[in-house]
Design a protein around this ligand. Sequence first.
Ligand SMILES: [Zn+2]
Length: 446
Amino acid sequence: MSGGSILLKGGILITPSASIKADIKVVDGKIAEIGAALNNAGVEEVLDVSGMYVFPGVVDEHVHMREPGLEYKDDFTHGTAGAAVGGVTTVLEMPNTKPPVDSATILEEKKRLLSQKANVDFGLYGVIHNTNAHNFDDIVAAGAVGFKIFLGPTTGNIPPPDDGTLYEVLEKSAKYDVPLAFHAENADLVKYFTQKVRSSGRTDPSAHTDARPPICEEESIRKLIILSKWTNGRVHIVHIAAKEGVELVREAKHMGYKVTGETCPHYLLLNTEDYKKYGTAIKVNPPIRDREHQEALWKGVLDGTIYTLGSDHAPHSAEEKKGDIWKCAAGFTGVQTFLPLMLDQALKGRLPINKIPQLMSENPAKLFRLWPRKGAIMVGSDGDFAIVDPNGTTTITKEWLIAKYPITPYIGWKLKGSIRYTILRGQIIAKDGKLIQPRKGTFIKP
Ligand SMILES: [Zn+2]
C-alpha cells in the first residue's frame, strides 16, 4: 500500500491517556518514530505543527454514504471528501445501500466500486435481515468489519431477523469475534405509537419523538443483552438516545457481557426543546429526546459506559427533507461536523480532550478489529492524523460542507477549534477545509 513520509514537528499529541509534546515521523505511511527533536532523515516533508493538537485520525464507525443505489441523496466521493476535511481518516460504511450488502458477492462489488472513489480509508458492514443468515460466514470471509442489524424501521426498510435467527448469528459473532451493530428499537412498538400519535392529528415536529418513545429502545436493548448473555455474542448498540439505554448498557458492562454502546453528537447537543428552533431538521431515528435523556448520555460518555461515538452520517435530498414531520426523511449529514462539534465541546470544557481519541479513534478501531493499525498513535500504526489549531474557529456553513445537499441543523454554529490538516498514511489529504489530494483512500479489513 502506498504511503507518504512526513515529519510532524512540535505538536501536542492527544492520546486517550495523555497529552504529550513530541515529534512524529511517518515513513512509507506508517509511524516510524515518536520522540523529542526527531531529525528529518528519510522524509520528503517537514510540517511545523507547533502549538497544534495532533489527534489520531478519527475512525467514524457509523456512516451511510448512500452509494450504490441512492446517489440521488449523496455519494461516496462527496461523503469521503467531507470526512477528510473533518479529520476523519477511516469510515465504516453501513450496508443499507441498494442492493443491501447481504452477501459476499455484493460486499465485493461495493468494495470494488468504492475503492475507486475513496478519499479516506474505509471498511464495510454486511447486513443480516430476515432471510440471509446463511451468508454470515461468507460475508466475514470477504472482509466485513461487522454487521448491522435493523430491529427498528428506518431508511431502506430492511426487515429484521426473528429471535431464533438473532440467537444463531450472535453465536456466530462469538465464534468469529465479529461485532453486530444494532439499530435497537422495537418495530411493533414504533408502529403502534406512530399510528397513535399520527391519528391524533399532530404534525408538530416533536410528534416524532412521541411516536418512538424510550420504551421502544429499552425493550429492544434489554432483549439484545439477554441474547448476548446466552450466546456470548458481541452486541454493539448504536445511536443510543434514551437514558434507559445507557442504564442497561452500564448494567450489562458490570455483569461482564460483551455489550457496548454508541451515541452520536446530535443526542448530546440537542434535546426536544430544540424542535422550536430547528423544526423537522432534527428529525432522526431514534429521535432526539428530552433533556433528562441528554444528560444521562453525557454521564454515560464521561463515566465510560458509552464506548464509542459515531456520526450516523445520513444525508438525504432537499426534496426528501421537505414536508411535515411525517413526510420529512430522518437523518442528516454528519461525518464532516463530527470532530468539529466534539472538539468544540472539549475546548469549552464539557468533555476531557483525551476522550476524543478514546471514543472516536481507539475504541471504534478496537471494536471493529482495526486497532492498532487504525485509531492509535503508536510506532507501526498507520500515519493517520487530524491536526487541530485549538485557538482557531470553525463556522459551519453550506459552502464549507461537502455534500450534494448540505443539510444539517448546525448551519451557522460557531465552534472553537479548527482542523488545519488531515493526514492519511503520511499524506496530507486535506488542508484548511479543502480536499487537496483526492482518492487516496483504500479498503481495509480486520
Ligand atoms: Zn445509522
